[in-house]
Design a protein around this ligand. Structure first.
Ligand SMILES: Cc1cc2nc3c(=O)[nH]c(=O)nc-3n(C[C@H](O)[C@H](O)[C@H](O)COP(=O)(O)OP(=O)(O)OC[C@H]3O[C@@H](n4cnc5c(N)ncnc54)[C@H](O)[C@@H]3O)c2cc1C
Ligand code: SF4
Length: 585
């Protein structure tokens, strides 16, 4: 139920659980708790969103239907049809950076958060990812291991649906996979090139339904547009797969447009009593009471909420007696390169759309003990002959006019117009490939976010200030990515595009935050002096306060974070259900 009557100054109803945020973590918490019978209230800063609702739907729209012909805007950073309300910069909601440091923060303001338009690359962490310090002495171990998480990954696989294959890889564990789609032509070529180089290539692992798993969701019809949101609900978005069923239980009150300000506490017991928030439309201040509070506003926002929840009992912010809140923030590393493959020029036309993303990937395959950087990365591949979208084929002037790309030995002029330009588009379309490395950084105490003492947002809430720098470890890892991409490109007989990134620009290493996998701002641990949460993601200092997004992560893994957010949120939520039954909460 989306309940507007509940926007009253101070709610008398006391919910069993108040959850802040409805993305991957909040959606899973609401789903699990509401299905177990708890009365749940979700506070969500953004607006409602349903990819099957004609007013939100952009799937299958033609490029000419975009008023701006696809151009991105501040609310649609990835193009006009991308299912995002939010972006790197949101009007009236700034964040700042300490001088000389970098961090870009992507936030979605909509029910389902960033899962409405994420890449849906759905990778479990492996046993090593929880025990990095034991392996290389850097960072810290998690207080839990893969065996603790495995049952929850298994449940998430079955509940949400993910395709892939069981390969028996030690640190990229098997799961419950739906059949993967077949590789496209350029993916077969990458696979062949990789084989010659000893680089493994496997079917990708992504959360689109290649087979139906229940009557609420359809299966994929391979339109290749998952970033627009799927009107058949065949891809995973928290909004349609978790929040909607949670609301349908009758146990969940969903409050969109509710920007949480702080966690309220009882001055005597120190327990959380609810959350205060600002209605983003009316700018009025409200509060909602709960016996338990679960923060899942995304790793950055959760740190901000904790730090802003100050009282005489919690002068440094709630759950922050360790002073660790905000510290150890870390994002995946990322570097990329693209290439053109002459043997794919003048390809025969056929439908190669597939799912909205890659059909193959390469998990980390080397031994870091033999390398000059401590952590690994995986490779994501792009390219192929998908349905042309708005803005396709930009930069053709960089391809036509090149000596070795000429037809019949006749070099054409760059640029062009009319029939000759059309001929060039036909020749080059479908011959492009892209490579993106996504890797694990070493989390550091001196990479942190904190409250900026001088800046508030348009709601009057103090904002975050980031302080983040990469170390040599990450730069060396990016160099390795670039060398690997070139090896693959050469092995495919391709030509890399643009100048190879070098030391002068950190080998193309993306600025912190750019890969949108920020984690670790309220890390778990067994020692309350060096961590914020215990092994159940329960605040050491406040027993009825939990965190269910990526803030509890002790390290990033060489995988993308979301499948672990979902599994960890499920584990935390089941713990809450159990503790409620036992009367401990
Ligand atoms: C383009 C893109 C591609 C991506 N691709 C992948 C991928 O392939 N694989 C992968 O694993 N990950 C990917 N990610 C990352 C993934 O989207 C995030 O890891 C995931 O969504 C995080 O879940 P969350 O619940 O922590 O936060 P979010 O999904 O960001 O949800 C947080 C929610 O909380 C709300 N909120 C924030 N502050 C407040 C407040 N104060 N009060 C109330 N509500 C609040 C927000 O509006 C939002 O709805 C991608 C992200 C993007 C943007
Ligand atoms: S590719 Fe499949 S899952 Fe993705 S939007 Fe299209 S039909 Fe839906």
């Amino acid at each position: 139920m989306i309940n507007s009557s509940i926007y009253i100054k101070s709610q008398q109803e006391v919910f069993d659980v108040v959850i802040v945020g409805s993305g991957a973590g909040g959606g899973m918490a609401a789903h699990t708790l509401a299905k177990a019978g708890a009365k749940v209230c979700i506070l969500e800063a953004g607006q409602p969103f349903d990819p099957a609702d004609p007013k939100d739907m952009t799937q299958l729209k033609w490029p000419y239907e975009s008023l701006r012909r696809g151009a991105s805007s501040s609310l649609r950073n990835f193009g006009d049809f991308d299912a995002a309300y939010g972006g790197w910069d949101i009007e009236g909601e700034p964040y700042t950076r300490k001088e000389g440091t970098k961090f870009d923060w992507f936030r979605s303001r909509m029910v389902g958060g960033r899962t409405n338009h994420w890449g849906r690359i759905s990778l479990r962490f492996g046993p090593d990812d929880f025990k990095r310090k034991s392996i290389d002495g850097l960072g810290d171990d998690w207080p839990i291991g893969y065996d603790d998480m495995k049952p929850y990954y298994d449940k998430v696989d079955k509940m949400i649906g993910v395709f892939g294959t069981n390969e028996g890889l030690r640190n990229d564990p098997d799961g419950y996979f739906l059949p993967p789609p077949k590789p496209r032509l350029h993916e077969l070529m990458i696979k062949k090139a990789n084989k010659a180089l000893g680089i493994p290539t496997y079917p990708s692992r992504m959360s689109m339904l290649t087979k139906p798993i229940n009557s609420e969701r359809g299966s994929c019809f391979y339109c290749g547009q998952c970033n627009r949101g799927c009107s058949a609900y065949a891809d995973f978005s928290s909004s349609s797969v978790l929040v909607k069923p949670a609301v349908q239980t009758g146990n969940t009150t969903l409050l969109p447009f509710a920007m949480a300000r702080e966690v309220m506490t009882d001055p005597i017991t120190g327990l959380a009593t609810g959350v205060s928030y600002v209605h983003t439309g009316t700018m009025q201040e409200y509060s909602v009471k709960g016996k338990i509070v679960v923060l899942a506003a995304s790793a950055g926002e959760t740190a901000r909420l904790l730090l802003n929840s100050k009282s005489s009992r919690f002068p440094n912010g709630i759950a922050n007696s360790s002073g660790v809140v905000g510290k150890y923030i870390n994002d995946s590393t990322g570097a990329s390169r693209s290439a053109i493959i002459p043997s794919l020029f003048d390809r025969k036309r056929y439908n190669e759309d597939g799912v909205g993303g890659m059909h193959i990937y390469t998990p980390w395959w080397l031994d870091n003990k033999k390398l000059d950087f401590p952590r690994g990365y995986h490779i994501e591949y792009g390219g192929g002959m998908g349905m042309p979208n708005y803005g396709f084929g930009w930069g053709i002037e960089g391809l036509n006019g090149k000596e070795n790309f000429s037809r019949d030995g006749i070099k054409k002029a760059a640029g062009g117009y009319g029939a000759t330009l059309k001929e060039d588009y036909r020749r080059f379309y479908g011959a492009y490939v892209g490579f993106a490395g996504r890797g694990e950084p070493v989390p550091r105490e001196d990479n942190y976010c904190e409250i900026d003492p001088n800046v508030v947002d348009k709601f009057g809430i103090p904002v975050l200030r980031f302080n983040y720098k990469w170390s040599d470890y990450e730069v060396k890892q990016a160099k390795h990515m670039q060398d690997t991409f070139e090896e693959i490109i050469h092995s495919m007989g391709g030509e890399a595009l643009g100048k190879k990134p070098g030391a002068e620009n950190n080998y193309g290493l993306a600025d912190p935050g750019r890969i949108i996998h920020e984690v670790g701002t309220a890390r778990m641990g067994n020692d309350k002096n060096t961590s914020v949460l215990n092994s159940n993601c329960q605040a050491h200092d406040v027993k009825n306060l939990f965190v269910a997004d990526a803030a509890p992560f002790v390290s990033q893994g060489d995988k993308n974070a979301t499948w672990t957010i979902l599994a960890l949120s499920l584990r935390t939520s089941e713990y809450i259900v159990d503790q409620r039954k036992k009367g401990n909460l």
